[in-house]
Write a protein that binds this ligand. Sequence first.
Ligand code: HEM
Length: 179
Amino acid sequence: MKGVIFTELLDMVSQQIGQSDVEEVLNSLELQSKGAYTAVGQYNYGEFFAILGEFSDRLSITFEEMLNRFSSHLFSYFSKTYPRFFEGVDLFQFLQNIDDYIHPEVRKLYPDAELPSFSSKLEGDFLRLKYRSSRGLGLFAKGLILAAIEHFNEPVALEVKTDDNDQNSVEFQLIKTQA
Ligand code: HEM
């Protein structure tokens, strides 16, 4: 996992609980990286989950709530850092662009990036988006999609279909509703 994900996570929690508590948490986890992340480095996914889990305990919120807060923070970082991905498109175009344009551009910047695939099917007011990744971060994808819905501020309902036999795939169904 790219270091930028870790540096943004630590940036967010530092604002909430302070730098010294963040360092204490990182030390307590005995991480292989020792918690020293650089934006362009590549680190183990396990560390991301360990850090998120520990901070959600400290903040007395669920793991999913912690992941949603972080997804919202990361989404806003992406929109400030790469505004061109967010301009001139609506929500459905943006979501279809993840696989067609955004992640391929990320791959050009970081050839070692570990990216999921999203296949999409648009039928009028209905968008079906299928996430697939060997890293099984469907919950993270959900958090980012929720952040996108908030960012574009369009009235849609989101349904998430998980498959108990396949952690690596999640289907998101978005239906436009009346404003
Ligand atoms: C709603 C929009 C988006 C969704 C749902 C999404 C989904 C994801 C997910 C789930 C991952 C984790 C890797 C995996 O599951 O295999 C990921 C990684 C990543 N995405 Fe996206 N993404 C979105 C938008 C963006 C945007 C706008 C950017 C930035 C321009 C971006 C850049 C990245 C980067 C840098 C990684 C890390 C790759 C790595 O760890 O090596 N994504 N994305």
